[in-house]
Design a protein around this ligand. Structure first.
Ligand code: G1P
Ligand code: ZN
Length: 543
C-alpha cells in the first residue's frame, strides 16, 4: 500500500466549539480543510499505532466523502483497527457506546448535530476519547494549536471502502470493519430498561409517536420501538435518514418539531410523543397536551429513576449545565445526593461520571443522559420515560403535575436571538460584564439581585478551570437570568437568554410559561439592553 504525503497550509479557524468543529459544508469542502483537522487530531493523540478508532456520522451531506478521507488518513497514521458504522452511520450516543464496548482508543463523530444539512447546510467533526465522551478542553485546545502549525499530511492510496457491506477488510496494517450501527446500542438499551413492561403497556393500547426528523435515529427507533417493543410501524415519523434531513431543521423542540407537537395537542392525540435531533443525542418529550421542558424531564427522570432496572439501586448524583433550571437540584436534595453545576456542553460531565460522582446529567437544550455512555442520549431519554410510564401507569400530564405539586414548579424558557452581528453581540456581553459589579443589590420591581457574575467552573476531579461560561444574574427568590453566546452556531452570533422562576404555590402551576416569566423577560432586556444592542424586539426562537 502506498502512502502519499501532501503539502498543506494551516487554516486559522479550526478551533472546536461547544461540541467539535462545525462549519458550513462549503468550508469543509475546501481543499485540505477536513484533512488538516483530522491530522491535527491524530497528531495530538500521539502514537496511534495498533489502536482502535470508531468512525461514524449522522448521515448528513458530505458524511460519506468525509469518512472515506478519514479512513485513508487513519490507515496512513497506522491505526490497528477501524470500526465504521454501516452506511457511514452512527448516532452520537452509539459512537460512545461502541467506543466503550469495544475498548476503542477513541472515535470521530461526523455531525453538526441539530444544524441543518445539505450542500448549503452545516457539517462537523468531533473527537471522542477512550471513555466514549467528547474530548475535554485541554485536548480540543491542543488540537486547535496543532491545526495552526501543519505543513503536510499523509493519506493512504487505497480504494474507497464499501461502506454498505458489513464485514472486514484490510488496508496496510489496518483492519477495517463495517459494523451494524444499531445492534450494540439497542442491546445496551435493552439491558437498562424493562422492555417487557414497556411492550405490555404498548400492547394494552398506549399510543406512542416518535419523530426522527429524517435524521440518524430512524433506524435505531425502528429496531427498538418496532422490532423489540412491538410498537406499530406508524409510531415512527420521518424515519428515513436523508442527507438534507428533508430540508428541515433537525432540532427537536416546539418550533422545529411542530408536526409532532401539533399532533400531541389534539384532543385525540397519542399518549406519548418524542423526537430526536440530527445525530440522536437530543430528545424532546411531549405527553398528550403536555410539553415536558428538558430541565423538568431531567428532574422527573431522577425522581422516578428506580422504575428502570438499570437504575433500580438509585442514583449517585446529578449534574446539570449552569443555564439548566434548578428543578433537578430540588430532587437531588430530597434524594440526598449531590447536584453539580457545570458549564454548557456535555464534555464537562465526563469526569464526574468517570469518577462515579454522578449517574444522571442534563442540559436545558434537550439533552439528557446517564453514565451508560458519555454523551447525551435521545432514545435513552425516550425509553426512560416509556419505562416510567409503563410502571406508573399514569399519563405524562399526571406525572408532571404530581411532580410540581411535590417539588414546586420551575418556570423556564430560553430566548434565542440568531444571526446577530458578531460585534453587536460581543458589545452586549462586554457591557454586561463591565456592569456586573454594580448589579448586585439592585432591585427591579419585586426582584432583587443577590448575585451577578460570569460563571467559572473548577472541575472537582482534575482541577481544570473554565472561565467566562455565561453571565448569571440571580435574584433573592432564586429566579435567574443567564446570558451567553452560542458556541455551536456557524453564522454571526447567537445570543441565548435563559429565564427561570420558582413557583411553590400549586394553585399557580398552570400559567402559560411566557406569561409566568413576563416580568423577568422585561428585566432581562432592562439589564442587558437586548433591543438596543441587537435592534431586535423579539427572539427568533423561544423554547
Ligand atoms: C448548544 C446547547 C448546549 C449543547 C450544545 C451541543 O450549545 O446550548 O447545551 O451542549 O449545543 O448540543 P451552544 O450553541 O449554546 O454553545
Ligand atoms: Zn445533537
Amino acid at each position: 500500500m502506498h502512502v502519499k504525503t501532501i503539502t498543506t497550509t494551516p487554516f486559522s479557524d479550526q478551533k472546536p466549539g461547544t461540541s467539535g468543529l462545525r462549519k458550513a459544508v462549503s468550508v469543509f469542502q475546501q481543499a485540505h480543510y477536513l484533512e488538516n483537522f483530522v491530522l491535527a487530531v491524530f497528531d495530538t493523540l500521539g502514537n496511534v499505532s495498533g489502536k482502535t478508532l470508531v468512525i461514524g456520522g449522522d448521515g448528513r451531506y458530505y458524511n460519506r466523502e468525509a469518512i472515506q478521507i478519514i479512513i485513508k488518513m487513519a490507515v496512513a497514521a497506522g491505526f490497528g483497527r477501524l470500526l465504521v458504522g454501516k452506511g457511514g452511520l452512527l448516532s452520537t450516543p452509539a459512537v460512545s457506546c461502541v467506543i466503550r464496548k469495544h475498548r476503542a482508543f477513541g472515535g470521530l463523530v461526523l455531525s453538526a448535530s441539530h444544524n441543518p444539512g445539505g450542500p448549503d447546510g452545516d457539517f462537523g467533526i468531533k473527537y471522542n476519547i477512550q471513555n466514549g465522551g467528547p474530548a475535554p478542553e485541554k485536548v480540543t485546545e491542543a488540537i486547535f494549536q496543532r491545526s495552526k502549525a501543519l505543513a503536510k499530511y499523509r493519506i493512504a492510496e487505497t480504494p474507497d471502502v464499501d461502506l454498505d457491506r458489513l464485514g472486514k477488510s484490510e488496508a496496510g496494517s489496518t483492519a477495517i470493519e463495517i459494523i451494524d450501527p444499531v445492534a450494540d446500542y439497542a442491546d445496551l438499551m435493552e439491558s437498562l430498561f424493562d422492555f417487557a413492561a414497556i411492550r405490555k403497556h404498548i400492547a394494552a393500547g398506549f399510543r406512542v409517536k416518535f419523530d426522527a426528523m429524517h435524521a440518524i435515529t430512524g433506524p435505531y427507533a425502528r429496531e427498538i420501538l418496532v422490532n423489540r417493543l412491538s410498537a406499530p410501524q406508524d409510531c415512527l415519523l420521518n424515519a428515513t435518514p436523508l442527507p438534507d434531513f428533508g430540508g428541515g431543521h433537525p432540532d427537536p423542540n416546539l418550533v422545529h418539531a411542530k408536526e409532532l407537537v401539533d399532533m400531541m395537542f389534539r384532543a385525540d392525540g397519542p399518549d406519548f410523543g418524542a423526537a430526536s435531533d440530527g445525530d440522536g443525542d437530543r430528545n424532546m418529550i411531549v405527553g398528550k397536551q403536555m410539553f415536558v421542558t428538558p430541565s423538568d424531564s431531567l428532574a422527573m427522570i431522577a425522581a422516578n429513576s428506580t422504575c428502570a432496572p438499570g437504575y433500580s439501586k438509585g442514583i449517585r448524583g446529578i449534574a446539570r449545565s449552569m443555564p439548566t433550571s434548578q428543578a433537578a437540584d430540588v430532587v437531588a436534595k430530597k434524594l440526598g445526593v449531590p447536584c453539580f453545576e457545570t458549564p454548557t456542553g456535555w464534555k464537562f460531565f465526563g469526569n464526574l461520571m468517570d469518577a462515579d460522582k454522578v449517574t444522571l446529567c442534563g442540559e436545558e437544550s434537550f439533552g439528557t443522559g446517564s453514565d451508560h455512555v458519555r454523551e447525551k442520549d435521545g432514545l435513552w431519554a425516550v425509553l426512560f420515560w416509556l419505562n416510567i410510564l409503563a410502571v406508573r401507569r399514569q399519563s405524562v400530564a399526571d406525572i408532571v403535575r404530581g411532580h410540581w405539586r411535590e417539588y414546586g414548579r420551575h418556570y423556564y424558557t430560553r430566548h434565542d436571538y440568531e444571526e446577530v452581528e458578531a460585534e453587536k453581540a460581543t458589545a452586549l456581553i462586554n457591557q454586561l460584564r463591565s456592569s456586573l459589579a454594580s448589579l448586585t443589590g439592585r432591585r427591579y420591581g419585586r426582584f432583587r439581585i443577590v448575585l451577578s457574575d460570569d460563571f467559572s467552573y473548577k472541575d472537582s476531579v482534575d482541577g481544570s478551570e473554565s472561565h467566562q461560561q455565561g453571565i448569571r444574574v440571580i435574584f433573592e427568590d432564586s429566579s435567574r437570568i443567564v446570558y451567553r453566546l452560542s458556541g455551536t452556531g456557524t453564522k454571526g452570533a447567537t445570543l441565548r437568554v435563559y429565564l427561570e422562576r420558582f413557583e411553590a404555590d400549586n394553585s399557580r402551576h398552570d400559567q402559560p410559561t411566557q406569561a409566568a416569566l413576563k416580568e423577568l423577560i422585561d428585566i432581562a432586556d432592562d439589564i442587558a439592553g437586548i433591543r438596543r444592542h441587537t435592534g431586535r424586539d423579539q427572539p427568533d426562537v423561544i423554547t
